[in-house]
Structures are given as structure tokens and as C-alpha cells.
Design a protein around this ligand. Sequence first.
Ligand SMILES: [Zn+2]
Length: 163
Amino acid sequence: MTREPSRLTNAAIRQYAERVGEHHEIYDRAGTADLHDLVRRLGGRLAIGDSKESLHVNAPGDFVIYLPRLTSSRRDRFTIAHELGHYFLHYLHPGSETAASFGRGERNPVETQANVFASSLLMPERVFREAWRLKDGDVHALARQFEVSPAAVAVRAQVLGLS
Ligand SMILES: [Zn+2]
């Protein structure tokens, strides 16, 4: 599959991820994303692999996300969202027209872009900001709400300028 970085800015990737989530109505009232449902709706499926996590696209609307054995559900959720980032950014829409601006110093922009996508898909900005305020920046409480790791919450808060 294509491994060229997307030309979307990180800000555009964040918006894109949230639009995907909203379009497919994957968020419950707490803002928690239903990724299994999203994968199904997109024509994908999940499988347990013997190697590390990966994405195999047969055709648009036909793909498999391989998850490693022996991992946690929160880690799996980030992995699934990350691989969906590759699917949208690097398979469906490689080299789009929007202005490029990934940092030149970044060692692996493709992986960074998939993480940016995953972070926004799992923790949409508006809901995250509200939750951060209500829970007074309690990283563990937020991690439970969004079903992600505390580390993922910390990164999201930092990107949004909350911490
Ligand atoms: Zn990746």
C-alpha cells in the first residue's frame, strides 16, 4: 500500500478524523467511540495476527486490521484508530491537494499522521475539552471515559493546550 505521507496539515487531519467519526455516528453520549462498529461500517474486519499490528487493504471498503495477541482493549482501540488513520490518509487519499506541512525533522511523518488521526477520532476536541473541564484534568478519569490509555489522554491535553 501507499506509504507516502498525506499532504494534509495536522489540523486538517484532526478535523478529518472527527468528521469520519461524526458521519458514522460512532460516539455514545459520553463521547466514547465505537470503533468496532466503525470498522464494520467501513467494510473492514479485525483479526488477531502473530506479528505486530498492521493494515491490509484489499480494495476500498475491504480491509483487515491485524491486532497483536495479548494486549489490552484500550491499547487495541488506539491501534485500530491508528490503522484507520493509515486507511484514510495513506490509502484512500494519498497525496491530496491541501498544503503540506508535516515537520521536516519528523522521523516518520506517516506514523505521526496516523497517531494524530487516532487521537482525534478517539477523543473529539469539543467533547474532550468539556470532559477535561468537568473532571478537572483527571487523566485517569478521562482515560476511562474515552477508553484510552492515560498517556493518550495526556498527549491529547497537551496538543489542545490544556496541560
Ligand atoms: Zn502505523
